[in-house]
Design a protein around this ligand. Structure first.
Ligand SMILES: [Zn+2]
Length: 219
């Protein structure tokens, strides 16, 4: 025996299904009229305020895992930023991150460590004769070897005083943008006491995913 309530509910369910179907159709039609979504999200006012609050030579505050708010931010994946050498905010961020890293004696620093959730980092090119620092934008690890290595000297500016032996890929094939313009591709491999570019890259890249080196350290 079907009660009036049953028929009422059935009707509502059908109406709901129909409206969902209609929404999909409408969206399908609307998509043709929409502009393509901008690939890069512009700086937020908070980001601009933080980055431009100091001159190029002034360091930024390094976020620490000991602080609850800082640690939550360090665990948040970043988003890409448009690689644009004419962007004064991006240039200032790069300059201030370099000063921050140098003052702390680090060999790399990533956006989240200074409170900027963007896919940028500095890392040391031990593999080049001059061993320069390089600022890279929107990096991607295209390929990582299955073979892994133990890197005995990992550490992090956001965890002063801690060190450990991390597990890393033996080699990586990477691509990234540089501030001066253009995309670079590179292979970084292995490590020695004088060249751990590959591990340095992997450590900083992890920061962009919200991963900390202690996640790579076995007990
Ligand atoms: Zn780190």
């Amino acid at each position: 025996m079907r009660t009036p309530k049953f028929w009422m509910l059935s009707f509502m369910l059908l109406a709901l299904l129909f409206s969902c179907k209609k929404d999909t159709d409408d969206n399908g039609i609307n998509d043709n009229n929409n502009q393509p979504e901008e690939k890069y999200k512009p700086w937020t006012q908070n980001e601009i305020d933080l980055i431009m609050s100091g001159e190029a030579h002034e360091p930024m505050r390094i976020l620490l895992v000991d602080d609850l708010e800082d640690s939550l931010f360090l665990r948040t994946p970043t988003i890409d930023i448009k690689p644009d050498a004419t962007d004064p905010v991006l240039r200032r961020l790069a300059e201030r991150m370099l000063v921050t890293m140098n003052e702390s004696g680090g060999v790399g620093i990533a956006g989240p460590q200074v409170g900027i959730g963007r896919s940028v980092f500095w890392f040391k090119r031990f593999d080049l004769p001059e061993k320069p620092f390089q600022f890279i934008i929107d990096p991607n690890i295209v390929f990582a070897s299955e073979r892994q290595i133990k890197f005995p000297w990992d550490g992090c500016l956001s965890m002063p005083g801690y060190g450990g032996s991390s597990t890393r890929h033996s080699s990586i094939f990477v691509e990234y943008y540089i501030l001066e313009g253009g995309k670079e591709k590179n292979i970084f491999e292995g490590y020695s006491s004088t060249n751990f570019t590959s591990v340095c890259f992997q450590h900083e890249y992890d920061h962009l995913q919200g991963i900390l080196f202690t996640d790579r350290v076995d007990e």
